[in-house]
Design a protein around this ligand. Structure first.
Ligand code: CA
Length: 227
């Protein structure tokens, strides 16, 4: 499982006591927690910061919980959402899932079940998006983007992404130019023999993402950069 840094959760809940209890619990579980007490604030945070998972109450000031989820989905925010609500009849759950939530838990809830569901959501999301840790952030292979806290996503070309993916899947391994050529640029063998193309793409990656994204192993090859 990918664990480069603490997972970030946005907790959207207007009940102050519950916010306090959940913040402590999630912090102990290893999450970095932001809390929003109303839907408007939550919308702003979810659109401007990167989260690994959202926990969303339904009855909220400003923007109601399911409306919030729908707005996020319509703006292509794919972060997994768990709705945590006292409205927990089958029809309520159906409404939540139809609004775009991945999971739904009724209040009152069991703390261990909540934590287990959050772990499962995050695991499924990482696998689906094929997310790999890289120096200072995450590479989302599916969308060919590098996401870093507080920075705009960096879009990679197909080949840049292919090479960084090879390095990031084996973060401790050193790759020779020949290895990288074979693993990242094999489509029709047309690059065979031109190992210099590897240096070119290392140069492109460093230009976009900083020198430390790829480390040079002198006289031998490259490996993923260390923070
Ligand atoms: Ca509420």
């Amino acid at each position: 499982m990918v664990e480069s840094s603490r997972a970030r959760v946005l907790l959207v809940e207007d009940d102050g006591e519950l916010v306090e209890m959940l913040s402590t619990l999630l912090d102990e579980e290893g999450y970095e927690v932001d809390a929003a007490r109303d839907g408007q604030r939550a919308l702003h945070l979810a659109l401007t910061r990167r989260y690994d998972v959202l926990v969303v109450d339904r009855g909220l000031p400003a923007i109601e919980g399911l409306d919030l989820v729908e707005r996020l989905r319509s703006r292509a925010v794919t972060t997994p959402v768990l709705v945590l609500s006292a409205l927990a009849k089958p029809a309520d759950r159906v409404a939540g899932l139809d609004a775009g939530a991945e999971d739904y838990l009724g209040k009152p809830f069991d703390v261990d079940e909540l934590l287990a569901r959050l772990r499962a959501l995050r695991r499924r999301h990482l696998e689906a998006a094929d997310v790999l840790p890289v120096n200072g952030g995450q590479l989302e292979v599916l969308t060919r983007q590098v996401l870093r806290e507080g920075e705009a996503p960096v879009r990679l070309s197909e080949r840049e992404c292919a090479m960084l993916t090879v390095l990031a899947r084996n973060p401790k391994r050193m790759f020779s130019r020949r290895d990288l050529l074979a693993l990242a640029f094999t489509e029709d063998g047309s690059e065979a023999g031109s190992e210099a193309v590897v240096d070119t793409y290392v140069h492109y990656l460093r230009r976009k993402l900083g020198r430390r994204i790829v480390a040079t192993v002198h006289g031998r090859g490259y490996q993923l950069g260390r923070p």
